[in-house]
Write a protein of this length. Sequence first.
Length: 330
Amino acid sequence: MSAVNYKNGLITITLTLPSLLWLLVLSILFLLFFIGGPSYYSSTIYKEFWNIGHIVFFALSTYQLSKFFERKSLLFITFISLGYSLLLGGAIELLQSEIGRSMDLHDLYRDVLGALLALAIFYYQYIKHKDKSTNKKYLQTLSKLLLILSITLITLDQKPLFQAIQVHLHAQNNFPMLADFENSDELKQWKGKNLSLSTKHVLSGLFSMKAELSAKTKYSGFALKDMPRNWEGYSYLLIKIYNANKSTIKICTKISDFQHDLNNQDYNNRFNKCFTLLGNQWSNIKIALKDIENSPKNRKLDLSDMSQLGLFTSSLTSDKTIYLDSITLL
């Protein structure tokens, strides 16, 4: 049912129930660009899934825009629709940058993908039911190709989401082993610079993780994120780590739950402890989960909602290299 009527060259908009429902849905989706959504500490799956909202909103809204101008030429509809996605998408990114969210050109690309999908569907329906030209079959073929292209591009754009799901499933299947570095995708669970898989200094399996620590910054380290969140029912955390330097290294751990991360990230609201790694040998860092649980000053750390495990050094006088063979709960 159309909400647009044409008479004597004038456009009259009738707010029918379907059009009001569309308006409500699009308004809610539009507001989600500015409120809610993942935080910095949210899982990669959540972040990537949330980004699909750009495609969904612009697919739905561009389709409705195309229907609004359905009596115009396809060239006019194409120009209006793509211009709409670029202008509104750009305006959304600018507004997001003003309220503390980062501007992302990839989101603008997703906006255009949504518009292309909407146009492909609209073209096919328009040509099938309304176009009377002799090139109708040719135009139908082009519309199908555009639909295939838009779906292909959207699918390719979801590669990070598919990878995040794969990493998550691997982590769940490997639990209570938090990391053993036998899968190349495991590195995607880590945040930090100069991290790579290595066949040197391996206790079990084929690989360890090589971490190069820099003396150029006061704090140099890395953190395990996107890990299984529920550590309840276990007694210890065991980290097997090799110091590939002649001198000792003091390495510190910081372990937090989501209550810590989503509030003020206060030092006294998480687990903190430093350990000495002797030169050219393996060390087993074994931490009682009771100590982790009781580490916050005014509460108990929530072992059922763990967020991240970080390892770092401070004030190095020269660059250092360490290797991690595994991190597991016992």
